[in-house]
Design a protein around this ligand. Structure first.
Ligand code: AFP
Length: 322
């Protein structure tokens, strides 16, 4: 069997600051623990609702709570981490150690509606430099361009970790003995695609331009695009983005007119920014509307939502032009 590079060797090859390597190692180790609980399912009491509504006004699943605790505890125990923020927590949690250099933001269990049906879920992580060792909430409100690393773990048929530190995107598969081994050395998103991902049940609520874009795709070879499209929707952004990183495509979660003052469903700090960093590093485009880069959005609040249109570069341009 081929000897594979493990995560530690890969991080060493990137010549990262030691504290950043430690932070990423802690995040990756937390994902291994979460995977164990995900795969235990009903046997470990991981399915079902927790009975609590989170700061996003969504009912938390038990696994949301467990995953949040695992990440928070393991990251705050890492001396390199100055503080954490989570989709599942109202406020930021500064670390108690004085040595922290990095802020870690995460969606501990993305796609939680998939848990009970044994479909893919994941963890998404964004890393920023901490302006001070005793960070405040304002310190977390940095645009996505300031990220020094982003990663996700997808708990599917295989468990994979996909990582960028701004030097391309690499993918690791979790081995049976619990090691992250590199299986995808340099992931790139093809510029063209015939596949889109969007929750079609919201169609009547979208803006006209999104209606036009999707309508053009649905008309296939007989329509303005002159080619047939396929549609996929996993209902877990982590799995939909993973598919795009593996074979191209576009993913949209647009603004819709039901709640005109709410910019979208997805969260800038925990989903938009880390996924945008990964997609851009893989050669794709990540925007709010086909035009504005997600990474350039200035955050105004921790749990801010944004519209998302990302994936194969030429197809994202089609969304902008629709
Ligand atoms: P949860 O993690 O709260 O289940 O939400 C997942 C998600 O934010 C994102 O991962 C999916 O792309 C999207 O919601 C699915 O939304 P729909 O409910 O519209 O399918």
């Amino acid at each position: 069997m081929t000897a594979r590079t493990d995560l530690a060797a890969h991080l060493a090859s990137l010549a990262l600051p030691q504290a950043l390597s430690q932070t990423l190692t802690a995040a990756a180790a937390a994902c291994v623990e979460i995977r164990k609980i995900v795969s235990g399912g009903a046997l470990v009491g991981a399915l079902g609702a927790s009975g609590v509504v989170n700061v996003q006004d969504e009912e938390q699943k038990k696994l949301d709570v467990i995953s949040n605790d695992v990440l928070t505890d393991m990251l705050l125990a890492c001396p390199a981490v100055a503080g954490v923020a989570s989709e599942e927590m109202d406020t930021v949690q500064p670390a108690t150690n004085p040595t922290g250099e990095y802020l870690v933001l995460f969606d501990p269990l993305d796609g939680s509606s998939n848990i009970d049906i044994n479909a893919p879920v994941g963890t998404i992580v964004s890393v920023l430099k901490a302006p001070s060792a005793t960070p405040t909430e304002a310190d977390f409100l940095q645009s996505g361009r300031h990220q020094v690393a982003a990663l996700y773990a997808v708990y599917g048929g295989q468990t994979m970790l996909v990582l960028t530190t701004g030097q391309g995107v690499a993918g690791f598969t979790l081995s049976h003995d619990g090691q992250w081994l590199m299986t995808h050395e340099r992931i790139t998103v093809p510029a063209d695609t015939k596949e889109f991902a969007i929750n079609m049940s919201n169609q009547r609520h979208w803006a006209e331009s999104v209606q036009r874009y999707i309508d053009g795709c649905l008309q296939g070879a007989d329509g303005p695009r002159g080619k047939n499209f396929n549609m996929r929707w996993v209902a877990a952004m982590v799995a939909d983005v993973h598919r795009i990183l593996m074979r191209g495509g576009v993913f949209l979660y647009p603004w819709d007119k039901r709640e005109p003052n709410k910019p979208g469903k997805l969260r800038l700090m925990y989903e938009g920014n880390p996924m945008a960093f990964l997609i851009e590093q893989a050669g794709g485009k990540a925007t709010t509307d086909g035009k504005q880069a997600i990474l350039d959005v200035t955050p105004t609040e921790l749990h801010q939502r944004i519209p998302v249109a990302l994936g194969s570069a030429n197809e994202v341009d089609q969304i902008a032009a629709a």
